[in-house]
Design a protein around this ligand. Structure first.
Ligand code: PEP
Ligand code: MG
Length: 539
């Protein structure tokens, strides 16, 4: 038995045979022709690669489709094509030129240090590897699986996920990749255990077809597990099956705090499809819809009509349950590329969230109009502002709302205002001034991700400083308590929608402090609810 430990990227356990997918590129072994011929080969491979991706898209929806669409756009990118042509001019073969340009392009993107763009490098690699494989004459059926197995690869590419037969994939192990890359985001939504960042020795061809025990919760991997490990995994997997049957029963059970007040467990979602899934899986409401997803989506765009459609579909998907949409939270760690925002030396402390209303007035007005129209047509909705720091963030935004609303009412575009306005409390200033801010809104939602970042003076994306990112630290908890007290005093709703709501110890603490609504990743809704039911029943 050989043990490896990587980064847990998608929960779950499995025991199965290893299938090594070796994608190492061999494009430069070929005889290199004259540059104009290599260019012609590259152009032809590009067309074929785009055709392949478009064919894959025919059987794909939602997030997978968005990714494939993005890949087609990348293959049409002139900057990238010119980099490849230039390498061909320098007498590298077509396949090798694509490889060099791909590494160069991805390195440049990583150097920008934008979390979202970095995440997209695996999509770019995926598209370009397809071109290289065509030039190399390699089989395109990279994931032709015929029996259940754990796929072991350098990296799992998003298009792999679009073409796999789900019934045979028991797990993913990758030497590269990261928790936040698209393949792992999708693995989590598909419920496939995944571990990334594993020592590349795992790719040793001798491991192909060997048994592996994979723990997506801890990141532990046992190649050729001994009998005791196999027995332990089988036992835990059985318990897991029982757990999911039991968790399903929890959906209909109500959760009460020790003082008898009901506690709501909501889900954080990105789009209507997510909302339907969350509601079907036990979420009692939707506590956060991150509307900035519109900047990344290829299904929706920022036009008024598209935004009305997006918000309307979100409200309808919630099926009458409470739903809270957050206005654009762009800037800092959030995607920027569709907005020509000024580069800032310290973006987390610069123009982000609601602050951008001052420089991106039109975008914010269009969003307000779309929200008012969607609510008028589809039902009451909560809307909240991110990154509020001072009172004027709220009052200036609401002046904008009043102006848009007046026009829409006067023109008969809407008949009424069906929005409950709230704010996120995610800066120390907003928490400290929450008694003042409470007068303007009908609810608070505490964003513990950013609140922790700003209270503890630690970049939420910086893994080196991760020890300071402690939402349970008394400094953060004191502020949460203060916000809850002020919300109770002014009789407005308060919930927590940061990741810490899905941390059992934090969730318990928030309830002790008086929070009665927690909003979290959909996958945490039932386990946390069950945990809290058990905890409060025991005391
Ligand atoms: C938060 O800051 O806690 C939050 C929920 O928002 P985001 O993670 O999108 O910044
Ligand atoms: Mg935030």
């Amino acid at each position: 038995m050989v043990k490896f430990v990587g980064t847990p990227a998608s929960g779950g356990l499995n025991l199965a045979k290893i299938k090594i997918v070796n994608r190492r590129i061999a494009g430069f072994k070929r005889v290199v022709l004259a540059p104009h011929r290599e260019k012609a080969l590259f152009d032809a491979a590009l067309i074929l690669a785009k055709d392949e991706i478009k064919t894959l898209m025919e059987n794909t929806q939602g997030e997978h489709a968005d990714i494939l669409n993005f890949q087609v756009m990348m293959l049409d990118d002139n900057g990238l094509k010119n980099m490849i042509y230039q390498k061909i001019e320098e007498k590298y073969g077509a396949a090798h030129s694509v490889e060099i340009a791909m590494e160069d392009y991805c390195a440049r993107i990583k150097a920008i240090n934008d979390g979202y763009l970095s995440m997209r490098t695996s999509d770019i690699r995926d598209a370009l590897t397809r071109v290289i494989d065509i030039l190399d004459g390699k089989s395109r059926e990279r994931f032709k699986l015929t029996e259940p197995c754990v796929v072991v690869a350098d990296e799992i590419l998003p298009s792999d996920l679009a073409s796999i037969d789900r019934q045979y994939v028991m797990g993913f192990i990758t030497a590269g990749g990261s928790y936040h890359d698209h393949a792992n985001i999708i693995a989590r939504t598909m419920g496939i255990p995944s571990v990334c960042g594993v020592d590349s020795e795992i790719l040793n061809p001798l491991n192909d077809s060997r048994m592996v025990a994979l723990d997506g919760y801890t990141g532990e991997i046992f190649v050729v597990p001994n009998d005791a490990t196999v027995a332990l995994f089988r036992h835990r997997m059985k318990l897991g099956q029982r757990d999911s049957v039991m968790l399903n029963k929890v959906k209909e059970t109500k959760l009460y705090a020790p003082n008898g007040e009901e506690i709501q467990i909501f889900a954080n979602c990105n789009d209507p499809k997510d909302i339907v899934f969350a509601v079907n899986n036990g979420a009692q409401g939707i506590g956060l819809v991150r509307s900035e997803i519109l900047f990344m989506s290829t299904v929706y765009d920022l036009s008024l009509a598209s935004q009305i459609r997006f918000y309307s579909e979100c409200i309808r998907a919630a099926g009458g349950r409470e739903i809270t949409i957050r206005t654009f939270d762009i800037g800092a760690d959030k995607p920027l590329e569709r907005l020509q925002l000024e580069k800032e030396p310290n973006p987390a402390l610069g123009m982000r969230g609601v602050r951008l209303m001052y420089t991106q007035k039109e975008i914010f007005e269009t969003q307000i109009e779309a929200l008012l129209v969607a609510a008028d047509r589809c039902g009451r909705v909560n809307v909240m502002l991110p990154m509020v720091t001072v009172e004027s963030d709220v009052t200036d935004y609401f002046t904008m709302v009043e102006n848009v609303k007046e026009r829409l009412l006067a023109e008969g575009i809407i008949a009424r205002d069906r929005i409950n306005w709230g704010i996120m409390i995610e800066t120390p200033a907003a928490a400290l001034m929450s008694d003042v801010l409470a007068k303007y809104v009908t609810f608070f939602s505490i964003g513990t991700n950013d609140l922790t970042q700003y209270v503890m003076a630690t970049d939420r994306l910086n893994t080196n400083a991760a020890r300071y990112f402690a939402p349970h630290h008394p400094a953060v908890v004191k502020l949460v308590e203060m916000v809850v007290q002020n919300a109770l005093e002014y009789d407005i709703k308060v919930s927590v929608c940061g990741e810490s709501a899905a941390d059992f110890e934090c969730a318990k603490l928030y309830i002790e402090k008086g929070v009665r609504c927690l909003s979290m990743a959909q996958s945490a809704v039932l386990p946390i609810k069950q945990h809290l039911i058990d905890e409060f029943a025991a005391n």
